[in-house]
Design a protein around this ligand. Structure first.
Ligand code: AMP
Length: 445
């Protein structure tokens, strides 16, 4: 199958050729014809599957072929994303795909001044990528009207709900024209997402990239048990031993990010950090410098790193395990993308045993443990397995095995479908409920 056989127009095919995309990914093969046919879509796919092109390519084609010229302070398509970084990333991809088309694109998000965004919107933009809060601000200040909207894309819908945007989504829903095409992408499908889909979508086509199974088989994962107070020391030790070049490190809290970055910088290691307390410009600069390999170690909280696409990232380290088990899947999904292989190492202390157990249950696997000589924990991490059982009584410590680095094989070029990162059931339920929108039945298109 080629992009041409999916019915894409020549300027898009040329852009894809420039980008070196040869074969449509599974989500693209399913989404492109459906969106071109005008269908609403409910797609189980997450970042790394090629979903951005899956919705952006047909969307760009429809905007080029159909509909009026964009009016002042209007947008013809709106792509909602959970974080600023993701909005920037999606916008960059859309702009690349649109390089040969007479369409305008723009991204708006909070944390930066609203005035330039208002100025930019004056002439209207064909495709607007936005985070929910800033979109509402712009709408309320009359900088944006949505009556010309043809298409709405909800990208990473589950993350939007996890981040507490359900109220904002309900508000945005009220601002939308009834007649529109809506595409919803989500890595996981909780009851809340299904409710949201039921309200926002009209007779949607459901697509799932591949069957739900265990975590990515393109990512080699293991755990190094360690005492909490020695985690930073172990990290530096492993880094030097494995000669790590580019590592994305996840810490649980903002303070945790700052403390690790300080420690690494104090040792002369080229590290930087991103978290929600930092100004947007600083976050973006750190990310850009990491992507261009000017920064070797990027330490991040989950929120700041959500959905980031970093080309050829070989290694993710969980300095702390995430509190929500599903975040583990998102984190390790930063590596092993687009057919490459990657590694994910988790430094786990005894306090985190329940989180480890929840992750193993969710991903239906028992993570391999590798003791690092001289770092065997005094507080043993109790045994766990995929059944969710934690063996409280510690067994006698085994003789430490040498830890292995295991270089990741590269598989570049043609798209290789990565192992599905969707979690196995039962999934962890988001804490917040989706409000019920009492707007009556949607009009048929
Ligand atoms: P996404 O899931 O949209 O974040 O895409 C993940 C990565 O795959 C991005 O770096 C895309 O540029 C790349 N990609 C998307 N579709 C294709 C394709 N058909 N062939 C090769 N690379 C692709």
């Amino acid at each position: 199958m080629t992009f041409a056989t999916l019915g894409l127009i020549e300027p898009l095919l040329r852009a894809l050729e420039t980008l070196g995309y040869q074969t449509p990914t599974p989500v693209q093969a399913q989404a492109i014809p459906a969106v071109l046919a005008g269908r609403d879509l409910m797609a189980a796919a997450q970042t790394g599957t090629g979903k951005t092109a899956g919705f952006a390519l047909p969307l760009l084609q429809l905007l080029t072929m159909e509909g009026p010229k964009v009016a002042a302070n209007s947008a013809r398509a709106l792509i909602l994303c959970p974080t600023r970084e993701l909005a920037e990333q999606v916008h960059a991809s859309v702009a690349e795909y649109a390089q040969n088309l007479p369409l305008t694109t723009y991204a708006v998000y909070g944390g930066v001044s609203i005035n330039p965004q208002m100025m930019k919107l004056r002439k209207g933009v064909d495709i607007l990528v936005a985070t929910p809060g800033r979109l509402i601000d712009l709408f309320r200040q009359n900088a944006l009207k949505l009556n010309q909207l043809q298409t709405l894309v909800l990208d990473e819908a589950d993350r939007m709900l996890d981040l507490g945007f359900s109220e904002e989504l309900a508000n945005i829903y009220r601002m939308l024209p009834k007649k529109r095409q809506t595409l919803l992408f989500s890595a996981t499908f909780s009851d809340e997402i299904r409710t949201l889909a039921g309200q926002m979508l009209n007779d949607p086509l459901s697509i799932e990239v591949s069957p739900r199974n265990v975590a990515a088989n393109t990512v080699k994962q293991w755990v190094v048990p360690v005492d909490k107070k020695r985690k930073a020391e172990l990290f530096v030790h492993l880094m030097r031993k494995g000669r790590w070049k580019q590592v994305l490190v996840f810490a649980k809290t903002r303070n945790g990010v700052d403390a690790l970055v300080d420690k690494l910088q104090g040792l002369g290691i080229n590290a930087d950090g991103i978290h929600g307390d930092k100004p947007q410009a600083t976050r973006q600069r750190a990310l850009d410098r990491f992507k261009s390999s000017d920064v070797q170690i990027l330490v991040a909280t989950d929120v700041a790193a959500r959905g980031l696409d970093i080309e050829d990232l070989p290694l993710v380290v969980n300095f702390d395990l995430p509190i929500v088990a599903e975040d583990y899947i998102h984190r390790i999904g930063r590596t092993g993308r687009a057919g490459n292989t990657g590694e994910a190492i988790s430094l786990v202390c005894a306090d985190e045993v329940n989180m480890l157990s929840a992750i193993e249950m969710l991903t239906r696997q028992t993570l391999t443990r590798k003791m690092e000589p001289d770092f065997e924990p005094e507080h043993r991490v109790p045994d766990t397995d995929a059944s969710g059982q934690v063996v409280k009584k510690p067994k006698k410590p085994k003789k430490p095995k040498a830890s292995g680095g295991g270089g990741g094989k590269r598989n570049l070029g043609k798209w290789v479908e990565s192992g599905d990162l969707a979690p196995a059931e039962p999934s962890i339920k988001p804490v917040r409920k989706v409000p019920v929108f009492n707007t009556g039945p949607r009009k048929k298109k």
